[in-house]
Design a protein around this ligand. Structure first.
Ligand SMILES: Cc1cc2nc3c(=O)[nH]c(=O)nc-3n(C[C@H](O)[C@H](O)[C@H](O)COP(=O)(O)OP(=O)(O)OC[C@H]3O[C@@H](n4cnc5c(N)ncnc54)[C@H](O)[C@@H]3O)c2cc1C
Length: 293
């Protein structure tokens, strides 16, 4: 199908983009990579009267670390640039590891992290990774700016905390803890498909090699990206061993609410969550222990 007729604007400045959005509100949609919005328009599931292209807006292509180790990613930054960024590979390896599972290279050449988070598909990998990493989202509008914690940003399937006038301008990702390892695993029927279940694990060790901090995130495990705080709490102060990971993975299975997909029943998704969580925790711990050497 072809999309319904729409107007198209390509502002050069943020002020222009925000003024257009303030004027047209819900009737207008920002377009970034277009890899979710255009298919939705072609199926007439979305029929915006106006597209405001963020692709030329100056200052939104940032990918940079500040002196405190916080990574800032602007609304125009494409997956490909993020995935191949040497500093991100070294300092936040969970991001490229998960990005590698998002769609196909052609889509990653166009798609943006910000567009993906605004689309807020609970099956998407990166919203869950942002939640697991404790990211903060800078929403901006003609009326001003506000920071939204990842935990408050994803409100439901395809629903975020952004108001109709707001643009997601930047995402800020805090540094990982010291002596930390991360891992991302997912299972999909074919490479590039949305995952039936995806898991991110973060393990930080103390100087004695015991677990100082653990985090577990899941995609396709509810109507929003999910974390498993009770499972993470079980791991604190434990030795990083298989029995502890198995216990935490079982707990995590009770903390998620998978709704089933065309290919996987909720029970099967929950089973996958347990298996992948156990494996991801072991990989993250082994990577963390390499930092002790
Ligand atoms: C064949 C195929 C396979 C795919 N597989 C996967 C997959 O496995 N995993 C996955 O996660 N995704 C997958 N995707 C989706 C892909 O990741 C998209 O690129 C992503 O979801 C949206 O990013 P975008 O930059 O393309 O955003 P767009 O499509 O341009 O926009 C998406 C939504 O966000 C809004 N938006 C965009 N930027 C902003 C902003 N700065 N502020 C406010 N609102 C904004 C738009 O108005 C729209 O509602 C797939 C897509 C295709 C076509």
């Amino acid at each position: 199908m072809k999309p319904a007729a729409f107007a198209y604007e390509r502002p050069a400045t943020l002020a222009e983009a925000l003024a257009l959005k303030a004027r047209h509100g819900d009737e207008a949609r920002f377009i970034a990579g277009g890899q979710s919005l255009v298919p939705a328009m072609n199926f007439r599931m979305a029929q915006p009267g106006m597209l405001i292209d963020v692709g030329q807006v100056e200052g939104l292509d940032t990918i940079a670390y500040d002196t405190a180790g916080t990574l800032t990613i602007g609304a125009r930054a494409r997956y490909r640039a993020i995935e191949r960024h040497p500093e991100i590979i070294a300092r936040h390896p969970l991001i490229p590891e998960a990005l590698h599972e998002v769609a196909h290279p052609q889509i990653r050449n166009r798609g943006t992290l910000a567009g993906n988070c605004c689309h807020a598909d609970p099956a998407s990998e990166m919203p869950m990774v942002m939640l697991t990493l404790g990211a903060r989202f800078l929403a901006t509008s003609a009326a001003g700016e506000r920071l939204i914690e990842a935990a408050d940003f994803f409100l439901g399937a395809l629903t975020t905390a952004l108001s109709p006038e707001e643009m997601l301008a930047r995402i800020a990702i805090p540094p990982l803890p010291d002596r930390c390892g991360t891992a991302f695993l997912e299972l999909s029927r074919r490479k590039g498909d949305y995952a039936m279940m995806g898991v991110a694990a973060v393990i930080a060790l103390d100087a004695d090699g015991r677990i100082a901090e653990a985090r577990l995130g899941f995609c396709n495990a509810g109507i929003t990206p999910r974390v498993a705080p009770a499972a993470a709490a079980l791991l604190k102060t434990q030795a990083p061993e298989a029995a502890a990971f198995a216990e935490a993975a079982s707990m995590a299975q009770t903390e998620i609410e998978p709704g089933g997909t065309l290919q996987a029943s909720p029970d099967y998704q929950r089973h996958l969550a347990g298996v992948l969580a156990r494996r991801a925790l072991a990989i993250a711990a082994s990577r963390a222990s390499e930092t002790l050497a």
